[in-house]
Structures are given as C-alpha cells and as structure tokens.
Design a protein around this ligand. Structure first.
Ligand SMILES: [Zn+2]
Length: 145
C-alpha cells in the first residue's frame, strides 16, 4: 500500500455496498477517506487488540489488516472493521474532534471509576457502542435482527 487506498475502494474489495454506507453515515464520503498503515511509533500508543484507529483525516491500520485488505482475505471481517472506523469519522464530523475526544475519554474514565476493567470501560464508551452497532448492520456473518 504505497499510495493510500481509499476507504471506498477498500469497502468495494470487501464486498460492502458503498451507497448503503453513505446512507448510514451521511457526514462522510468513503472515497475521500485514506486508509494508511500506522507507523511503529503510532502503533506503540495503541492498546493491545486494537487493529485500526480513526483520526479525523483518515483510518490507520496494522500491517496485518493492510495485508488482509491487499490480498482480499476475510473480507467480511475487513468490511466490518472499515464501517466501524468510518462511523468514528462520521462522529468526528458530527461532534467535532474536540467534543469527540472529550466524550470518548470522559466515558472511558467514568467506566474506570465504576471499576470496569480497561477492556470493559473501552467497550462501554458510547461512541464505541454506536460504531459497533452500525458495523453490525453491515456484517454479513450476523443474522439481521
Ligand atoms: Zn472504535
């Protein structure tokens, strides 16, 4: 991935309907969102088990995810991950980066103060709950509810 792939191209490769993603996330244009491999320095800031991070200007992924996207392995898993990260970009567009960050960290700290584990506090962040819900709608491995 020398020149960055767009999230729109990556969605197509993963078999996800880009028009449906646009309807669900009207604040973003998937073809305008670059997907890049995270530098080792950036990766060191990530919690264990995290395979992608959305910034207001693009999506950063691990080498493993980039390789999966390149060779087309596990497209359903890749599609779900991309929609999850694009939901965070839609949240950035809706809330602005500062409110997104304060709400995100605020929820995490509240969870930790309620004695949740790090992982449970992360899972309970409302912006994460929303991203998981939206991604689940595009996950073909799950039965529609
Ligand atoms: Zn997330």
């Amino acid at each position: 991935m020398h020149s960055p792939l767009s999230a729109g191209e990556a969605l197509v490769r993963a078999g996800v309907d880009v028009a449906a993603v646009r309807r669900q996330l009207p604040g973003i244009e998937p073809y305008a969102v670059p997907v890049r491999i995270a530098s080792p320095g950036f990766r060191r800031l990530w919690a264990r088990g995290i395979s992608a991070v959305a910034m207001p200007w693009g999506i950063y992924v691990t080498d493993e995810v980039a390789e999966r996207m390149r060779c087309g392995a596990q497209p359903d898993r890749t599609g779900e991950l991309l929609v999850h990260e694009l939901t965070h970009l839609d949240q950035y567009a809706r809330l602005g980066a500062v409110r997104h960050l304060t709400q995100y960290l605020g929820d995490y700290v509240k969870g930790r103060l309620r004695r949740l584990s790090r992982w449970d506090a992360y899972r309970a962040i409302r912006l994460e709950v929303e991203a998981r819900d939206v991604a689940a709608r595009f996950d073909k491995r799950r039965k529609p509810q």
